[in-house]
Design a protein around this ligand. Structure first.
Ligand code: ACO
Length: 336
C-alpha cells in the first residue's frame, strides 16, 4: 500500500468584493447582524458579465496547484470535482477541467456532497492512490453561489452567508507511510436532506414544460432553503464526532492537533469546536470573514491560505473537517 500526499495547492476567488453594507442596499439586513451571527465581513461574488463559472474558477485554482506540485498536467491520472453549483445540469464540471487543461483522456469524477464535497473528493483520491491505481490525482472544489441566491429580504438568512470561489489540491503517491493522508471518515444522514437543500423539482421528477407553465414568482423552491438553527445544532455535534473518530483511528489525542482547518460554514461553529477541543487561535484557521461560505471550495481555499502563510509545517498533524447539506460530514487526518 502507498500513501497519498498533497504536493500542490491553489485557490482562486473573483476580484469583486461584496461587503455586508453592499448587501444592506439589496435587502433588509445589516453589518452587525451578519458579523454577530456568522463572522462574515465580506464575500466575493462574480460580477455580471464575468467569464468566471464554477468550472472556469476550478481550472484557475487547478493550474496554480499543478504548477506548485511541480508536475506536468499530463502526469495527472484522474480528476475529482466537487460542487453543488455545476455550470450544467449535466455533464458535471470534471470533464470541463479535462478539456480546459488539455489533459489526455483521463477519468473525471463529479462529487455532489456540498460542504463535505472536498473531503469526499480527497478521500476518493486517497483510495485510488493507496491501492496503486493512480499516482497523481487532481481534486477541485468550486462554487458559484451568487447566480442562484435570492438577494431580496425573503432570502436574506441564506444569501448573506454564501460566496464564490475555488480551491484545488494535487495528491501524489508516496512510499513513506508515516506521511500524507492517514485516514478519511465519511458520513451521511439523508433523513435531513430537506433541511438544507434546493428543492425545486428536477428533470428527474417532473416535466420541465409543467414547471415552466406553473411557474409562480412566489415559488421559493428554485432558491436554496436552509433551516439554519437545525443545521447549526447538527453541525457542532457532527464536527466534534468526526474529528474524534479520525484522531482515535490514528491513536492521536486532541493535543496532537497542530492545525484544524474546518469547513468555513459559520465562524460561530468553528469557535465552538475550537473551545471544545481546547485549541488556541493559531491552531484553527478561519477565513470566512473574507470569503463567506464557499461550500466545496472552502477547505481547499483555507488550506492553501494556511499553507501560503506558513501555518502548516513539515510533520504537522493537520485535521480537515466538514459538515453540510445532505446532511453529509467528514474528516481527514493528514501528517504533513
Ligand atoms: N439580516 C437581518 N436579519 C436576519 C437575517 C439577515 N441576513 N436573516 C435572518 N434574519 C432575522 C430573522 O428573520 C429572524 O427575525 P425574527 O426573530 O424577527 O423572526 C432573526 O433574524 C433570527 O433568525 P434566525 O434564523 O433564528 O437566526 P440564527 O441565529 O439562527 O442565525 C444563521 C441564522 C446564521 C443562518 C445560523 O442559523 C447558522 O449559521 N446556521 C448554520 C448554517 C450553516 O452552517 N450552514 C452550513 C452548511 S452550508 C452547506 O452545506 C451548503
Amino acid at each position: 500500500m502507498y500513501n497519498s500526499k498533497i504536493i500542490g495547492l491553489g485557490y482562486y476567488v473573483p476580484d469583486h468584493v461584496v461587503s455586508n453594507d453592499d448587501l444592506s442596499k439589496l435587502m433588509d439586513t445589516n453589518d452587525a447582524w451578519i458579523q454577530e451571527r456568522t463572522g462574515i465581513k465580506e464575500r466575493r461574488w462574480v460580477k455580471p458579465g464575468s467569464e468566471d463559472t464554477t468550472s472556469v474558477m476550478g481550472v484557475k485554482a487547478a493550474k496554480i496547484a499543478i504548477e506548485r506540485a511541480g508536475i506536468d498536467k499530463d502526469e495527472i491520472d484522474f480528476i475529482v470535482f466537487a460542487t453543488l453549483s455545476p455550470d450544467y445540469y449535466f455533464p458535471g464540471p470534471g470533464v470541463q477541467v479535462q478539456e480546459a487543461l488539455g489533459i489526455k483522456t483521463v477519468g473525471a469524477l463529479d462529487v455532489r456532497n456540498q460542504c463535505s464535497g472536498f473531503i469526499y473528493g480527497l478521500s476518493v483520491a486517497d483510495q485510488f492512490i493507496k491501492t496503486g491505481m493512480y499516482k497523481n490525482v487532481l481534486v477541485i472544489g468550486s462554487e458559484l453561489h451568487s447566480k442562484g441566491l435570492d438577494k431580496t429580504t425573503r432570502g436574506r438568512s441564506v444569501s448573506v452567508i454564501f460566496g464564490d470561489g475555488a480551491g484545488a489540491a494535487v495528491l501524489s503517491r508516496t512510499e513513506d507511510n508515516s506521511k500524507g493522508v492517514l485516514s478519511t471518515h465519511l458520513h451521511s444522514e439523508g433523513e435531513h436532506a430537506k433541511e438544507l437543500a434546493l428543492t425545486a423539482p428536477g428533470m428527474g421528477t417532473r416535466w420541465v414544460d409543467d414547471i415552466l407553465r406553473e411557474n409562480d414568482p412566489k415559488d421559493e423552491s428554485y432558491f436554496p432553503h436552509m433551516n439554519g438553527q437545525f443545521v447549526f445544532k447538527n453541525a457542532v455535534v457532527r464536527f466534534s464526532e468526526v474529528i474524534m473518530e479520525g484522531l482515535m483511528k490514528n491513536n492521536l489525542d486532541k493535543k496532537d492537533i497542530d492545525i484544524l482547518i474546518p469547513h468555513q460554514a459559520n465562524l460561530r461553529i468553528a469557535q465552538f469546536i475550537q473551545k471544545k477541543f481546547g485549541l488556541n487561535d493559531d491552531q484553527v484557521f478561519n477565513n470566512i470573514m473574507k470569503y463567506g461560505n464557499t461550500t466545496a471550495a472552502s477547505i481547499p481555499i483555507a488550506l492553501t491560505e494556511a499553507w501560503e502563510q506558513g501555518k502548516i509545517k513539515e510533520g504537522d498533524t493537520v485535521v480537515l473537517a466538514a459538515f453540510g447539506s445532505g446532511f453529509t460530514w467528514g474528516s481527514a487526518i493528514i501528517k504533513w
